[in-house]
Ligand binder design. Sequence first.
Ligand SMILES: O=c1ccn([C@@H]2O[C@H](COP(=O)(O)O)[C@@H](O)[C@H]2O)c(=O)[nH]1
Length: 238
Amino acid sequence: MMTDKIIVALDVGDEESAIALIDRLESVTFWKVGLELFTSAGPRILQVLKSRQKQIFLDLKFHDIPNTVAGACRSAARYGVDLMTIHATSGKDALKAAKEAVEEGAAQAGVKPTKLIAVTVLTSISARQLAMDLKVPVELPEYALDMALMAQEAGLDGAVCSPQEVTQLRQTCGDDFVLVCPGVRPTWAEQGDQKRSLTPAQAIQAGADYLVIGRPITAAADPELAWQRISQELATVT
Ligand SMILES: O=c1ccn([C@@H]2O[C@H](COP(=O)(O)O)[C@@H](O)[C@H]2O)c(=O)[nH]1
């Protein structure tokens, strides 16, 4: 089902609001728990999702020295979630250490190893900001591809990229590399802080495995209707 490719970002400030959304949007099969909710509600929210047989993307975007990210990944892998993130800019040694640690953590807990994916360039960063503010002297699409290739060489399972770079990453990294795209905006939704967007149908056609969509659904006046509209849009993709 095309709707299984949509990961809804559960960006709310407390457990109660999160549960209300999960129960309201029953047909969502894959939820993303990010920094806001995990900092507020802690790992208990993962149990809530598991008890409802949902898939979980734990998006804590670790970014630190190898020893520290490895420790964080080992701990997080014990939760037995489906996907988890680290920033590619942590560097190749950190990526390798993180990948090994995920496998250790999963083995210790007797759960399936979480797929570890690397954030290439945040979708809230424009090409101009990458050059002018972050002083990266490489074109953004090339830099995103370099980050994805480094992650692949380090043994990671995939990458987070904007829908605007996904075709190039897919062609270069191959079909087995999981590509997850936030920064997805239906034509009727507000852009907010996202800078490199495509619509849900365009993002799937461009090669994304999964789309991460938050506010267009969760902040909509009618979240069920927003979910249905996006589901209908994806049903038109051939
Ligand atoms: O490059 C990135 C990496 C992660 N995100 C996360 O995805 C969602 C997007 O939410 P929207 O409300 O649809 O903008 C959010 O949780 C981000 O932390 C991202 O946007 N870009």
